[in-house]
Design a protein around this ligand. Structure first.
Ligand code: NAP
Length: 250
């Protein structure tokens, strides 16, 4: 048997960790999971882990060549647009096959009242007509878009305590890491008298409970649509990603 196939998993998601777990113990492959380093205590993943930016697409291409990476699976979050663009460019430069592992977006069901918007700025603008008590579960990095909405009250949920408080005048912070249960989400929305939910269309099961809770309570959801992804071979599930890898293992 030749050397194991070396796979770089661009991570930071449950799917990336799941893929590393699924491949762990398969003697035909070794994995390196790459994290941006945004969370101080990321969930543990088996296999090698590296942390921090690469320094742009050319530097990522150099990394791929230096480390002898055979395959790249971009399993980053659908809203992490820059790293996906960089990975596409780097894999072209280094001639390394790349798969985008992307969970399908959520689609509205009967009883949903979604207001689709293209980005966080548009989400902030849409809130004026929808309610004063807002559940913001969009992560830490884009909260500033809501800083100008001084008349609104925000319930902000983050994975861990931020180093600096959210830049919002009137808010309450709760900490929590998915997956979340629908009943607990309903309790949370009720307890804080939430009138409208803001969500990214992340897709996947782990974050879907807040959408189901909003449906149960007949609350509107301002749904931020995904940024465009680079042209890619795409897998929507772990099984499809493993099948793609299997066809490329020597
Ligand atoms: P981004 O805007 O697409 O990327 C910004 C820069 O961060 C990239 O140019 C790259 O730096 C570095 N980077 C991002 N992901 C990386 C990774 N997996 N490994 C190494 N470097 C990475 O990304 P983001 O939206 O800040 O997301 C950062 C991480 O959080 C990603 O791993 C993503 O999967 C995860 N995440 C994001 C969201 C979200 O809503 N955006 C939600 C959940 C999890 P260089 O150019 O220096 O290489």
């Amino acid at each position: 048997m030749g050397d194991p196939t070396k796979i770089l998993i661009l991570g930071g998601t449950a799917e990336a960790a799941g893929l590393a777990r699924a491949l762990f113990g398969d003697a035909r492959v070794t994995t390196i999971t790459s994290l941006a380093g945004r969370t101080r205590a990321p969930a543990a993943v088996p296999g090698a882990v590296r942390v921090g930016g690469f320094g742009g697409p050319e530097a990522l291409a150099d990394y791929l060549k230096r480390e002898g990476i055979d395959l790249v699976v971009d399993a980053t979050h659908p809203f992490a647009a820059r790293i996906s663009r960089n990975a596409a460019r780097a894999c072209n430069l280094a001639k390394v096959p790349r798969l985008l592992l992307a969970r399908p977006p959520w689609t509205p069901q009967a009883g949903d009242n979604w207001v689709p918007v293209p980005d966080t700025e548009a989400a902030a603008a849409a809130l004026a007509d929808l309610g004063r008590r807002v559940f913001l579960a969009i992560g830490r990095q884009e909260l500033a878009a809501f800083a100008g909405s001084a008349e609104l009250w925000f319930l902000v949920r983050l994975v861990e305590e931020p180093e600096t408080p959210p830049p919002l005048a009137d808010h309450h912070l709760v900490l929590g890491r998915g997956p979340f249960a629908v009943e607990k989400e309903i309790d949370l929305l009720r307890e804080h008298g939430i009138e409208v939910v803001v969500s990214k269309n992340s897709g996947g099961a782990g974050a879907a409970a807040k959408i189901a809770a909003a449906r149960a309570l007949k609350l509107p959801v301002v749904m931020i649509e995904r940024p465009p992804a680079p042209d890619s071979e795409t897998a929507e599930s772990m099984a499809a990603a493993r099948a793609w890898i299997d066809t490329r293992i020597s």
